[in-house]
Write a protein that binds this ligand. Structure first.
Ligand SMILES: Nc1ncnc2c1ncn2[C@@H]1O[C@H](COP(=O)(O)OP(=O)(O)OP(=O)(O)O)[C@@H](O)[C@H]1O
Length: 303
């Protein structure tokens, strides 16, 4: 079932058309990577999902309910983590979550149990009674996730949750998102493709106001079938002979006695190469089939 559906979404700011015709859907219990360059319109799309922005056309549904600007009924289903979450920094995480629970009319007992459960989930138990003012960016981001999950949202929207973090902080956040996937559905915007490759089940790429690709990471690989084989020799001795033997293939010489072979049937080529090496008693340092990457796809669709 789709938790979120966006159809023909349009939004301009004055003369600038940011979203021309955006449509995509997000399936339940997935981590969905919403990818786009700086200024592509990711935050604009997220604000539209939260009903915080008057859109110029199209429609958005969350849990099959239509989103209307100014009427935020559907936000009961949504948890939101902004790129830079703001807190009352004189409070402790427990006090802050308690305040959030009170504002949203949670039962007192539920606030306490849920807050403790979430603080443990995001790895802040040792800091539960320390002031937020002393927290690092990564810790604030983790507390932001706890806050966004307080009301058991069906959809967790994270706007660039890892962009300002170092590699360890980014890994912590991605691990937490993976842990909560069973309980909710996550859409996160980013321009960090390696983060997407690490955790996302599905992606959509926003470029020039439109979705230029939506699919799973398997779809990305299918769209970019494996077509390169990289061979690294120990020295230069065998390279000329190799290139003559395989003159029917497209071979690109690289640095450090390395060759890249492009071929439509890379697996047959790989067998031929191994056969040649074996027959001629040549040892290669490395023979690698190059995997397609999200970066290849991204560069192709946004160029
Ligand atoms: N309230 C606004 N008024 C005028 N222009 C706006 C407004 N909000 C966004 N924009 C413009 O819309 C474009 C898209 O902005 P948006 O913040 O949605 O991009 P983004 O993909 O989230 O970028 P980033 O990765 O840098 O956060 C930008 O050119 C921005 O300047």
């Amino acid at each position: 079932m789709a938790i979120l559906e966006i159809n023909h979404l349009k939004k301009s700011f004055g003369q600038q058309t940011v979203l021309k015709d955006v449509h995509f859907s997000v399936k339940e219990h997935t981590i969905f990577g919403f990818i786009g360059q700086n200024g592509a319109g990711k935050t604009t799309t997220m604000k539209a999902i939260l009903g915080l922005l008057k859109i110029d056309g199209g429609n958005i549904t969350v849990c099959n309910e239509q989103i209307n600007y100014g009427n935020n009924q559907t936000n009961q289903y949504i948890g939101y983590l902004p790129d830079v979450p703001e807190f009352y920094s004189f409070m402790t995480p427990l006090e802050y979550l308690e305040l959030c629970g009170q504002v949203t009319h949670m039962a007192k007992h539920d606030i306490l149990t849920k807050s403790q459960e979430l603080i443990e989930l995001v790895g802040l138990s040792a800091h539960a009674k320390k002031r937020i003012s002393g927290f690092s960016r990564g810790m604030k981001q983790r507390l932001g996730i706890a806050q966004a999950l307080l009301n058991n949202p069906k959809l967790l929207i994270c706007d660039e949750p890892t962009s300002a973090l170092d590699p360890i902080g980014r890994k912590d956040i991605l691990d937490i998102l993976q842990k909560v996937k069973d309980k909710t559905t996550i859409i996160f915007s980013t321009h960090i493709l390696s983060d997407v490759e690490r955790v996302c089940d599905e992606i959509a790429i926003l470029n020039e106001g439109q979705i230029v690709f939506q699919g799973s990471l398997e779809d990305v690989k299918a769209k970019h079938p494996v077509n390169a084989l990289s061979i690294q020799f120990y020295d230069h001795l065998h390279i000329n002979d190799f290139m003559n033997t395989f003159s029917d293939l497209q071979i690109i010489p690289e640095e450090h006695h390395r060759l890249t072979i492009h071929s439509k049937d890379i697996y047959t080529t790989e067998m031929r190469v191994f056969h040649y090496l074996y027959q001629n008693h040549i040892k290669a340092e490395k023979v690698i089939v190059e995997e397609p990457t999200l970066e290849n796809l991204f560069m192709e669709v946004v160029k």
